[in-house]
Design a protein around this ligand. Sequence first.
Ligand SMILES: [Zn+2]
Length: 332
Amino acid sequence: MNIERLEKNAKEGDPEAQYLLFREKERRGELSLPSTPVTHSRKCFRCGAELTDEQSLSRGMGKTCWGHVDSKNEKMEPDIEKVKKLHAKFLSKMDFRYWEASVVIARLGNFLYTEKLNQKILKEICRKILWALSFGLPSKQNEILLSLLEALGYSLLVKILKNQAVIGRAKVSTHDGILYLKAPRPKRVVVLALKGAGALFDWPSHTWNFPGAKASKAADVIKRYFLNVEGLEEALETLKETLKEFPEAGLKRFISETGVEEVEVKTPYNSDFISELKAQIPYGIKGPDNQWFLFREFDRSDKVWVIRKEEHIKTIKELVTKYFLSESLPRG
Ligand SMILES: [Zn+2]
């Protein structure tokens, strides 16, 4: 083996050369392994509990946490080029005080460069990384390993490890074109993702509401962060049917009655929307017979706003578009 060429290529950032260089140094006994490795007590990476029994030690994770990840370490497509780069990055920053874990991760190059990668091998790599994480490596190295897992396609698993996933039971349902999610209180990062997908939190019912128009975005976020979801697929199916029937039903249902034109507007709860609605649409006018003709009326039983008069109907359509429909759906 031409070690000089390897060194040159490794320096230039060729991940395979970096790996082969590691193997060569290992073969020649040139790696500066400490004579007595620093002994680390091994801890579950997710919850920090000391690992004591044989089984937990062998997988690098306590029983409870393993229960969460084992059933749920579903995979997306791996990005093998990225995996190789991250692996090389790990090699270049390897810390031999933690040699058990470091060497095992370094040797993953055997899989990456000599084996044909298949599902089984990817899973094996994933297992070895989980095991290495329990050694309490320096945080930079842990970060690389987590990114490696992500590049391997285990992004949900990484969220579980980082404690960002919502583990308790979540339930999805739909009604009148709105998608509802009832779930245990999520971490901030999940809250931001939910809001980013157009969700509004309804305090009285403790439910997240998504306008139907944003259902696919909502479904992505729900799948990404919630481990135990019930009813998502069914709700999406039902919602699809509803949206077919009333293209704009994601939020609103328009009906015209004889005589006075009026629209019914159903949206998820949003206080800004309501204050703007009240600011822009007057309550109504008193007729000569002292009877009120209402321009806007909230129907408590159906939880819909009823809006009357053409100019106000125009306003409400604009408001609904502004608050709920900015991205999709035909505008009613
Ligand atoms: Zn644990």
